[in-house]
Design a protein around this ligand. Structure first.
Ligand code: ADP
Ligand code: MG
Length: 616
């Protein structure tokens, strides 16, 4: 085979968007997979160890390289894909910068085996930090295999900056999905630490999506098809009823290249408007084909951003195409009337058995005794209990209200009126008044003034500590389900949950043996209702798949945070007095009362002094 790689002349090289290509193992995966696609491979294998930190290997059966090309491929601006600056505007390949292999070789140990189809023997090349260690003739299959070991071995700062293996592995999986979705006609296999995670055989696009995201995806997909002079749109959107809390399944491809475009994403959102809840994310797999001369890919080194000549027109076409599909398949708006908040079960009662209302008489009641008094509402409550706010504030807890602990109960379920519950004592045990301000804050008095508590953050704190405790002490409580729930998850989602299996178990989740496409839930923590299980796990997966930008927190910490976020009572929830009080009590029984798990202040105080000042 003739040599095809050339060094780009300086004036062309200078036009290539400069910048770092390799940020993390996933960047290497992306570049190697793209090279294999460009080489015309029919089958591509990805082999990864330890989140890519130890090994990333891509094996293809593409065109291979001659010995000279093999050597040249590691030079900067060495490429077989473009020759001149004009070529930058008519790209038909994934690569064009001639920088990937050079950048990778500079920061890792690289081994390449390659052989073109018409040669008998191939080349084995070893590189270490940009220098050739050895080049030999070998017997090797047609195609190319590139193994990248010990990434960032010579830049310890970068190596230390890498996230945990799981996080890096997730990024790799994302890249793998993107390339595999862009090329359903290629077989892709993916191995991590010796086990095969994906075995994707060449298929139609729909089958490829289903192969990756699980067979339940099949029923979610609605085709989108639009042909105009400017663009051809194909692919699928997910039915609005399947919109998720997590952003997971959102893919744009332009000329078979995965790209990120907040602008076009907005076009989809606007097409879905009114059909999904504001916090939900629509799923889509959309493929745009445009004239290569109408786009510029050379604006970012990772080639995931594109400049379109006429973005506005694309926006309009895309939006109407998606709307059209939604209409055509009768995915009419699901009515979503605001629930009447007044009908919601009080927070503290949600998992209590209902009792028939009865008349209860306090035989010891003496309306003239000093210890009781009548509140403005005519309700009776005891006065002068020692368990005042000052105590709560110092972290002491009132026994009576501990029994009605907030954290043991749970918010948002069926709509039942609170009056049928046999319970009114809590209020009477305490002479504390609380009220709710704009369904957001709980306001109460302390000796020195006034306390304004953010209800949602307070509850997050309470739940967070409770979850951490359960995981540490393994004091598992679980409600067994009569009918196990079966969830169908993608492999990536499954991997995330599997990773946290032990912690989840300590929290009260009981799963079936199988960890394939279907996850069987046999038991749940008492505070998670059956109907919510899916939503909670969905949120959990989405939280955990977003890496924390600062340090790597421990898994249990992350889990406790994610759960406390999704299960906490939200702003806008009406809380009755008993619930308000129970929440306040629970908060002040926490180890930390000032800050939410996300380091936000939970309450503020207004001292009498400060109030006085305002009246001056
Ligand atoms: P680019 O893909 O932008 O051209 P790379 O640094 O990724 O730059 O690769 C340099 C060159 O090496 C490519 O242009 C191609 O000719 C050759 N090459 C890289 N990977 C392969 C492969 N898997 N099979 C055949 N040729 C390859
Ligand atoms: Mg490349």
């Amino acid at each position: 085979m003739a040599d095809i790689i050339q060094l780009l002349p300086d004036h062309v090289a200078n036009q290539i968007a400069a910048g770092e290509v390799v940020q993390r193992p996933a960047s290497v995966v992306k570049e190697l997979l793209e090279n294999a696609v460009d080489a015309g491979a029919a089958t591509i294998q990805l082999i990864v160890k330890d989140g890519g930190k130890t090994l990333i290997q891509v094996v293809d059966d593409g065109i291979g390289m001659s010995p000279t090309d093999a050597r040249l491929s590691f030079e900067r601006h060495a490429t077989s894909k473009i020759r001149s600056a004009e070529d930058l505007f008519k790209l038909h390949t994934k690569g064009f910068r001639g920088e990937a292999l050079a950048s990778i070789a500079a920061i890792a140990h690289v081994e390449m085996h390659t052989r073109p189809k018409d040669e008998e023997v191939g080349t084995h090349l070893k590189m270490e930090g940009s220098t050739v260690v050895s080049q030999e003739v070998v017997v090797t299959p047609t195609g190319t295999s590139i193994a990248v070991k010990n990434l960032f071995y010579n830049i310890p700062a970068r190596r230390n900056f890498l996230k945990s293996n799981q996080v890096e592995f997730r990024h790799i999986t994302d890249e793998f999905h993107r390339v595999a979705l862009a090329h359903p006609g290629i077989n892709f296999y993916f191995f991590h630490n010796g086990s095969e995670l994906f075995h994707l055989t060449a298929h139609s696009l729909k089958k490829r999506i289903v192969q990756i995201f699980g067979h339940k995806t099949d029923e979610k997909l609605v085709p989108v098809r639009e042909e105009t002079q400017v663009v051809t749109i194909g692919g699928f959107i997910c039915k609005p009823s399947f919109a998720k809390k997590s952003r997971g399944e959102q893919f744009f491809f332009v000329n078979d290249r995965f790209i990120k475009s907040p602008y076009l994403h907005h076009a989809i959102l606007s097409a879905f408007e009114g059909l999904i809840k504001p916090e939900a994310h629509p799923g889509y797999f959309l493929y745009l084909t445009v004239d290569p001369t109408s786009i510029d890919i050379n604006i970012h080194p990772t080639k995931t951003e594109i400049k379109f000549d006429d973005e506005h027109t694309l926006y309009a076409i895309l939006r109407s195409a998606v709307k059209h599909s939604l209409g055509q398949f009768h995915l009419t708006p699901s009515l979503d009337f605001e629930k009447d908040q007044n009908l919601e079960t009080p927070y503290a009662y949600q998992h209590k058995e209902a009792h028939l209302p009865g008349v209860s008489v306090d035989p010891g009641f003496n309306p003239f005794a000093e210890t009781t008094t009548r509140s403005a509402t005519g309700r009776l409550y005891k006065k002068g209990s020692a368990e005042g706010w000052e105590n709560l504030y110092m972290g002491l807890e009132s026994k009576a209200s501990r029994e009605e602990s907030f954290s043991s109960v749970h918010y948002e379920s069926e709509t039942i009126s609170g009056s049928i519950f046999p319970h009114a004592e809590v209020q009477e045990e305490n002479d504390t008044t609380t009220f709710q301000l704009r369904r957001k804050y709980i306001v109460t008095t302390i000796r020195s003034g006034m306390l304004i508590i953010d209800q949602s953050r307070a509850h997050q704190r309470v739940l967070y500590e409770k979850f951490l405790r359960s995981m540490t002490l393994k004091e598992t409580l679980s409600q067994q389900l009569l009918f196990p729930i079966s969830l169908s998850l993608s492999k990536g989602e499954m991997a995330i949950l599997k990773d946290m299996k032990d912690h989840l178990h300590a929290l009260g989740f009981i799963f079936g043996e199988q960890w394939e496409e279907q996850l069987l839930i046999k038991g749940l923590p008492p505070m998670i209702g059956e109907k919510e299980a899916e939503k909670v796990l969905d949120q959990l997966i989405s939280e955990c798949s977003m890496e924390s930008s600062s340090t790597n927190f421990s898994q249990s910490d992350m889990l406790a945070k994610a759960l406390s976020k999704s299960l906490s009572v939200k702003t806008g929830a009406l809380l009755d007095n008993v619930s308000q009080l129970a929440l306040v009590n629970d908060l002040f029984a926490c180890k930390e009362t000032l800050l939410s798990p996300f380091n936000k202040p939970i309450f503020i105080t207004l001292s009498e002094n400060e109030i006085d000042k305002k009246f001056n």
